[in-house]
Design a protein around this ligand. Structure first.
Ligand SMILES: [Zn+2]
Length: 208
């Protein structure tokens, strides 16, 4: 058994004080640190939202759009986000309390200005792969635990893609290690993950 932990977007931008803050987003940091220190994982991966300043998911790039409006990007419906996680900015850095020295591999995403990438595995149009699925396969991963920010977007799509792209791998969502943007969206996201075969667990149960 090879067990991997996937930390989704635990960055300043998604924590209080960031440009796209998730309520209590920083509360996932101690959960991540505890799990990384537990010795239960063979591999620890973190994804990092990493946008160019002209990224097409930003409302600022669309005339007349405000953050959180619905808009279009390359012909697809797209939530218009505030400018966030711009490459090399403090907003894009991992939360300062995250024990990044324990991370084996960082998967950046969202670098193509013409398409958003909620998932750590592929762009939202599902054509461009990040390479993370092949990387995990090459490591022989058999179990993948996913947690981070935000439950209803990047965590959800990463977990769904993990089930889809890593056949035979058991995928867990560590629910207490996630925070979301919209409470209703979080409920729907968890249900969608459960339906797809993701096991929803609590960090206190891991390793028991
Ligand atoms: Zn983003």
């Amino acid at each position: 058994m090879t067990k991997a932990l996937l930390l989704i977007d635990i960055q300043n931008g998604f924590c209080p004080g960031g440009n796209l803050p998730v309520s209590d987003g920083d509360e996932v940091v101690p959960v991540a640190n505890r799990l990384m220190a537990s010795g239960l994982y063979d591999i620890i991966v973190a994804s990092q939202d990493w946008h160019p300043s002209n990224h097409g998911s930003f409302a600022s790039q669309h005339r007349g759009k405000q953050p959180f409006d619905m808009g279009e990007l390359s012909g697809q419906p797209q939530v218009m986000w505030p400018d966030h996680c711009i490459q090399d900015s403090v907003d894009a850095e991992f939360h300062p309390d995250l024990a990044t020295d324990r991370i084996d591999f960082v998967q950046r995403k969202g670098e193509n200005p013409k398409v958003d990438s909620y998932s750590a595995f592929r762009d939202n149009d599902q054509t461009a792969l990040t390479g993370l699925a092949d990387w995990l396969k090459a490591k022989g991963v058999t179990e993948l635990d996913v947690m981070g920010l935000a439950t209803d977007y990047c965590v959800k799509f990463s977990a769904l893609d993990a089930v889809d792209m890593l056949p035979g791998v058991t995928v867990h969502l560590i629910a207490d290690g996630c925070r979301g943007i919209d409470p209703q969206g979080v409920e729907e996201a968890i249900e969608a993950m459960r339906q797809a075969g993701v096991e929803i667990i609590d960090s206190s149960r891991i390793g028991l």
